[in-house]
Ligand binder design. Structure first.
Ligand SMILES: [Zn+2]
Ligand SMILES: [Zn+2]
Length: 266
């Protein structure tokens, strides 16, 4: 499996997974035209697209999904709530259910979901496994507060794409109205760099090859701040993989992680 982050940030999030010649998008938060442009630039053949997995319906995650789903005649793999939120304006959409106890398949990809606390209809963190290699990636944005269930769901994966939304000081001193600041830092909002580092500290294991910090706020975060907060937390628990920061305007990858996880020494 190969992972390409087509872009990530407050203004749009999308990544592409490629395995056995097939392509799955996880979120499609740019216009369809922009997604096609970025995929072409990254060498991702959207003609081989088999589905679009969605974390939730907010525009920065789903803006291009309806048009792409129609153009390539592929289903959405998402929660019933996310599908229901998009369907009224896009009645052609087809759905494969993802949720607790419901895995959806598209070609070699198997997609599972875990509920997250965020102010959307039925948001999920997603976990994707690919066919013969068994390679796995977890994607979690717009996290609010990470639950015990989410911590369990994201264990033992080969790659993690995790929200590092804001620096707490930059958010506190930003010119956002108080209500917006509270929404961002609240239980239905976004994960700070510090909280992201804490969560990753619990998720590191010998087989974790890549960590991608994603969904950075343009106003309340920088790549330098995110790395400064998360890097030491990862080093403290012996993380031996690669740490990346996904950008709003640039493609990241491809990241390869088809090697089997190193055996745990007990
Ligand atoms: Zn959202
Ligand atoms: Zn978002």
């Amino acid at each position: 499996m190969r992972l390409v982050v087509l872009g990530s940030g407050s203004k749009g999030n999308a990544l592409a997974l490629e395995a056995e010649g097939a392509v799955l998008l996880v979120d499609a938060g740019f216009s369809a035209r922009e997604l096609e442009r970025r995929a072409a630039a990254a060498g991702i053949p959207l003609d081989n697209l088999l589905g679009i997995a969605l974390t939730h319906e907010h525009g920065d995650h789903a803006a291009g999904a309806p048009v792409l789903a129609r153009r390539f005649d592929v289903p959405l793999l998402c929660s019933p709530g996310t599908y229901g939120a998009l369907l009224p304006r896009s009645p052609w959409l087809r759905h494969r259910r993802v949720g607790l106890g419901h895995a959806a398949q598209a070609g070699p990809f198997v997609v599972e979901g875990c509920p997250t606390s965020h102010d959307a209809a039925e948001p999920l963190a997603l976990r994707v496994r690919a066919g013969r290699t068994g390679a796995s990636v977890g994607v979690a944005y717009d996290l609010g507060r990470p639950s015990a269930g989410l911590r369990w769901f994201l264990r033992e994966l080969d790659a993690l794409v995790l929200e590092a939304n804001h620096d707490e000081v930059l958010l506190r001193t930003s010119d956002y109205p108080a209500a917006v600041r509270q929404r961002i830092s609240g239980a239905g909002g976004h994960l700070s760099n510090r909280a992201c580092g804490e969560l990753l500290g619990e998720l590191v294991h010998p087989g974790l090859a890549h960590v991608v910090l994603a969904h950075l706020s343009e106003r309340c975060n920088t790549a330098t701040d995110a790395l400064a907060a998360v890097g030491p937390a990862l080093a403290a628990v012996g993380f031996g993989g690669a740490l990346h920061v996904a950008r709003q305007h640039h493609v990241l990858g491809p990241l390869e992680f088809s090697l089997p996880a190193a055996p745990l020494v007990r």
